[in-house]
Structures are given as structure tokens and as C-alpha cells.
Design a protein around this ligand. Sequence first.
Ligand SMILES: *Cc1c(COP(=O)(O)O)cnc(C)c1O
Length: 238
Amino acid sequence: MEVQIQDNLLKILDNIKKIEQKNNRKEGSVKLCAVSKFHPAESVIEALKGGQTLFGENRVQEACSKFEYINQVVEDKKLAKPNLHIIGVLQSNKVKKAVEIANCIQSVDRIELLLEIEKRCTVIDKNIDVFLELHTAEDSKAGFADETSLIKACEEAALLKFPHIRISGLMTMAPFTEDLSAIIKSFSTLRKLKERLNIDFPNLPITELSMGMSGDYESAIAEGSTMVRIGTAIFGNR
Ligand SMILES: *Cc1c(COP(=O)(O)O)cnc(C)c1O
């Protein structure tokens, strides 16, 4: 089991490298976020020992109990510190805990959440990275419902209303379907939106495109992904 996680990591990293080459992407331009939801702290520690430092968790409660322990182990064993991203739907009453534990919240889907994150970061004097999530697939409910509402959030941010927040990326989930063209459409929608935002909001540091999971990361990288979020292919079934 332990060896398998590190083996899987190497395989995925090698795959990513090959897909980068195939699509004329610069080597190392796609980061790997290892999604450890539902998997035990021991699995995360194995991945850390294998050199993986970027992790994604869906639920704040689970992330807290797991990563408070992991951070302790990391300190004791002098391993590299994990970089934790929250990738699941976030309720306002979980923001306090989320900003304490995470380096980035990828699943921001409303302006009220930005306000709450700003408020909680001000209290603990912390700056945080945030990705705005766009809803691009029928079978998920997550994300800003449309581009217009996401752009509104960028307008607010561009007015410097959230000084503790860096809006550094966009995120989406493609539909779960065999229809490759629908998957590609979801990813290209996000890429085009990023290109537009980079022009319209030059003072927002939107550089990351978080898209691609175990089943569709090749298409995501072909469409410009800079961060793939992979769970099953690293840690096994949940
Ligand atoms: C679970 C999850 C992933 C990883 O999915 P896999 O198919 O296991 O690779 C990626 N992104 C989000 C938002 C998730 O909830």
C-alpha cells in the first residue's frame, strides 16, 4: 500500500510530463494537487515522503483533523511542509477553520464567501490564495453559476475590497461523461475566461487554471491546465 502510493505518484508525474511534451507545454508547467479526501493521514504522509507537497481536501472538518496531525508528524520527522488546498463546497460557518488550515481555497463560488474569508483572515492576520470556481457542467452544482457572476466578484476584488486575498486562479470540474467534446468544452470555457480576465483585470494575479481529475487530466492539460487535481489514480478508490 505504502509503496503503491509513491509508485502511483511517479507514474502520474511521468504521465504529466509526457502530456506536457505532446502538447508543447513547458516542462513543469502543470502542478499536481494530490486529492486525499476520505484517505487516512498515513496515506498523505506516504505521499509526503515520496516528495509530494500539494494536497487537496473537500471537507474542512476532515481536513482539519487530518492535517493538524500531519503537521505535527511533519515537524517531528522534519519532512517538507504540506501545502493544503480546499477544493469542496465551502459553507460560510466553516471559513474560520478553513483559513486557519489551508494555503488556498479553490472552491470560492460567491462574493459573500470572499467577504467572510477576508474577515477571518483579517482577524488572524493571514494572507490567502483563492481560486474562483466556475460551474461548467450540468451534473455538478458547484461554482459560480455563470461567467457574469464570477466577473462581478473580480470587479469587487479589483477595487481592493479584499486586501488579504490573492485571486490567483480559476477552477472547474468537467462533466462526468464519455462525451469527450463536452469535457473539452468545459475546460476551454475556463481557459478563455482566464484570458479575458487577464486583459480586463490586469491587477488581479490570475495565473492558475485548476482543471483535470483522474479520468480527464490529459484533455485538461491539452486545454491549458496548470494544476490537475488527482485523487483515485494516486490513493486508490474511496
Ligand atoms: C474528488 C475531487 C477530485 C479528484 O477526483 P479523482 O477522480 O479521484 O481524481 C478533484 N477535484 C474535486 C473538486 C474533487 O472533489
